[in-house]
Design a binder for this molecule. Structure first.
Ligand code: AKG
Ligand code: FE2
Length: 366
């Protein structure tokens, strides 16, 4: 799996979390082909002139428009036909302040659906199978390179459902999901929402409000911060153990996240290689980590020292995985080369009703 890193197959050390349930666990895009050895860099961005969301200068497009025809709601596959406002994930009514037709990351339970719901027994059986498979076949923590740790299925089942439901609610309200687009007309096939601070793709900078509609990003839910903290702690315990045997293993500095970029990739979603480097100099210099949660379909994730997909290592990020890159890896180039369709766990799509695709949350400290 991971290139360049080693894996440890001991049943590791997710403190408590692993026990009670399973170990725990934007959206930007544009073709990676353009990037082969190309000068791109992005998400929060980097050395090229290109935006994090890639190349051309992106222009935010609210899912629903102010008055200009340029701001006509972008047709979002499935969402209209499935009825974006009445997902069963919603608890209560969620309505965009702007009266917009916001993007719903969940699909509603179609009463006419011929798909039979799985029984609770079947769902539990699937969850158990997933746990057993994980403990047999996969190292729960993997040291991919100095400063970079992958925590397989670190997000517990209930937490995955809860994260999706919270993101759904936040995404439907003011400051919620929108489709970033480029000034040249190119569209990103992803939906993005910022929590804590707004990250503006066109200026590649952070602010308190979204320039295109003045919306204030919702705050980062406390439960998300707690999982981030637990993931860093679990990584450091693991790195400490490793450090006894190897000298190049650094611990990760603690993170107090005040930014979370939430991306939803549809099945054709991609994100070109980029560095996350729009945070403050002290944050970057200290190597304060980026902590990434993956939910839904599996992503093929690329990472490496240079902006070249041919030289990048590859790792699958599955639903429930938490990836951390900080310290010496804080400025690695990384991206998503593809989303693997129909790889989300059945129990997750049944319980959370996440639409086909992948939800990714990256936490950072400004
Ligand atoms: O989706 C991912 O795994 C990566 C997202 C990312 O790199 C970003 O939002 O900056
Ligand atoms: Fe990134």
């Amino acid at each position: 799996m991971a290139g360049g890193g080693d894996e440890i197959r001991t049943p590791a050390t997710f403190p408590q979390r692993q026990k009670s349930r399973l170990p725990r666990g934007s959206v930007h895009e544009k073709s990676l082909e353009h990037q082969k050895k190309g000068p791109s860099s992005s998400s929060p961005s980097v050395n090229s002139n290109k935006s994090p969301l890639q190349m051309a200068t992106p222009v935010a497009q609210p899912q629903k428009p102010l008055d200009s025809p340029l701001h006509m709601p972008k047709p979002v596959q499935l969402s209209e036909s499935l009825g974006s406002r009445s997902s069963p994930c919603s608890s209560g009514s969620v309505v965009s302040d702007s009266g917009a037709a916001p993007f719903d990351i969940c699909i509603r339970d179609d009463k006419c659906s011929i798909k039979l719901k799985r029984s609770l027994l079947e769902l539990n059986r699937e969850k158990r199978r997933e746990r057993e498979q994980l403990s047999k076949e996969v190292a729960p923590l993997q040291h991919l390179r100095p400063g970079m740790v992958l925590l397989k299925k670190f997000l517990k089942h209930d937490d995955q459902v809860d994260i999706i439901r919270r993101c759904q609610r936040l995404g439907l309200s003011s400051g919620g999901f929108y489709t970033p687009g480029y000034r040249d007309g190119a569209k990103l096939s992803l939906q993005m929402m910022c929590l804590g601070k707004n990250w503006d793709p066109s200026s590649r900078s952070y602010g308190d409000k979204r320039p295109f509609d003045g919306a204030q990003p919702p705050s980062i839910p406390e439960v998300f911060r707690k999982i981030v903290k637990d993931a860093i702690q679990a990584s450091n315990e693991f790195l400490k153990q490793k450090g006894r045997a190897a000298s190049d293993v650094d611990e990760l500095p603690p993170l107090s996240p005040d930014i979370c970029l939430v991306n939803f990739y549809t099945s054709g979603g991609k994100l070109g290689l980029h560095q996350d480097k729009d945070e403050t100099k002290p944050s970057l210099h200290k190597g304060l980590p980026v902590v990434s949660f993956s939910l839904g379909d599996t992503a093929e994730f690329l990472y490496g020292d240079v902006n070249d997909v041919d030289k990048a290592s590859k790792v699958d990020l599955e639903s429930g995985d938490v990836l951390i890159f900080g310290g010496k890896s804080r400025l690695i180039f990384h991206g998503v080369s593809r989303i693997k369709p129909k790889t989300a766990p059945n129990w997750l799509t049944d319980e959370a009703k996440l639409r086909p695709g992948r939800l990714n949350l990256t936490f950072r400290q400004y």
